[in-house]
Ligand binder design. Structure first.
Ligand code: UT7
Length: 334
């Protein structure tokens, strides 16, 4: 006789129930960066839209930023740490890979033995984690999932690398995903183009660096033009596919919250998608820099703070980066 079993079933829908963020303390203006890369404030602003970025202060760590954002998200969602069934943390800058940062954060929050793991999908990590959380809630493997995107990119940036020194920032963002009676998170469109894996990567393997007696840490390298072309043109198609799969049009959107990679990429996507004027656009990069997996929650938080986003707005999230990886979904914001 064939052995069978029952599988858990969840709820029809999942939603984002609360948001929390932490911006790294140290404000680093372009003037602090330009000399080492023979650049200028004007060039950086014109090519990337960045005026300043946030880097960690002496007391801050990837863990402390993640914990701050996660605590806020739980409070905002009115969900206790003990109710969390899973912690999914997206990062590509956890330099202490063993253990996962997610399990440390779960412990520090006082969660009761949740599943806890990190995922690595670089700048697309937050949207990947959000999609996993949605499926976990809908599949019945978790009721409440804490999703965190956290990065400390300043540690892995060479101050002398002209193509990256001015781009990256540090911070963390978190959301709580839980059951909902109405759709709150739409179907994901995600994928990767591994052929372009070297377009953004670490300059060397940690062990190779150690064996070569390196005196500096490996650092991020990027073929900026290749990534720019891919992001600006291919991602507009992914955005449209996401709206089509959700069954809505650009007219239905209130917010466009793309990964904060470069203001010109955002502008190119807005034009390619023909976003109507009523859609409010996240432009957090100007003051925060590109924070990879943390950029979408940080950008959304700024929109609440300056009054451009309201609870219940319909947003398109789209993230893309090293891998190359991408993921997008429509979200009813909390
Ligand atoms: O989050 C992960 C995903 N990342 C991204 O999506 C980033 C995508 N790429 C970019 O954002 C852009 O490629 C950058 C902002 C990194 C660079 O902008 P760009 O317009 O693509 O510049 P470029 O590399 O094509 O360089 C243009 C010119 C060159 O000079 P020539 O050959 O035209 O004389 C460079 O040598 O600008 C020069 N240049 C600089 N000048 C001053 C390159 N870097 C710098 C610099 N300061 N830092």
């Amino acid at each position: 006789m064939t052995v069978t079993w029952e599988m858990p079933t969840g709820t029809a829908h999942a939603a984002v129930l609360g948001l929390g963020v932490h911006r790294a303390q140290r404000v680093v203006p372009n003037s602090e960066i330009v000399d080492a890369i023979d650049s200028s404030d004007e060039w950086i602003q014109q090519r990337s839209g960045i005026k300043e970025r946030r880097w960690v202060g002496p007391e801050e760590t990837l863990e402390s930023m993640s914990l701050a954002a996660a605590s806020q998200a739980l409070a905002d969602a009115d969900v206790a740490a003990a109710q969390i069934d899973a912690v999914v943390l997206a990062t590509c800058t956890n330099t202490q890979q063993i253990t996962s940062l997610a399990s440390r954060i779960a412990f520090l929050l006082g969660a009761e033995s949740p599943a806890a793991f990190d995922i690595s999908a670089a700048c697309a990590g937050f949207c990947h984690a959000l999609s996993l959380a949605t499926d976990m809630v809908r599949g019945g493997t978790a009721k409440y999932v804490l999703v965190i995107g956290a990065e400390r990119l300043s540690t892995l940036v060479s101050e002398k690398d002209r193509g990256t020194a001015f781009i990256f920032g540090d911070g963390a963002g978190a959301v709580v995903v839980g059951p909902s009676e109405v759709p709150g998170i739409g179907p994901v469109v995600w994928g990767s183009d591994g052929e372009q894996h070297s377009a953004i990567e670490l300059s060397s393997d940690w062990v190779e660096a150690f064996e070569a007696d390196a005196t500096t840490l490996p650092h991020i390298t990027m073929d900026g033009s290749a990534v720019f072309r891919w992001a600006a043109y291919e991602m507009a198609k992914v955005a449209q596919e996401t709206l089509d799969r959700t069954g809505i049009t650009v007219e239905d959107l209130d917010l466009f919250v793309p990964h904060q990679a470069n203001m010109r990429i955002t502008d190119t996507m807005v034009r390619a998608m023909k976003l109507p004027d009523h859609v409010r656009i996240a432009r957090d990069i100007a003051e925060q820099g590109n924070t990879s997996a943390a950029s979408i929650p940080l950008a959304l938080a700024r929109m609440y703070a300056d009054g451009t986003a309201c609870s219940g707005d319909l947003a398109l999230f789209i993230a893309f980066g090293a891998g190359l990886t991408y993921a997008a979904q429509v979200v009813r914001v909390p």
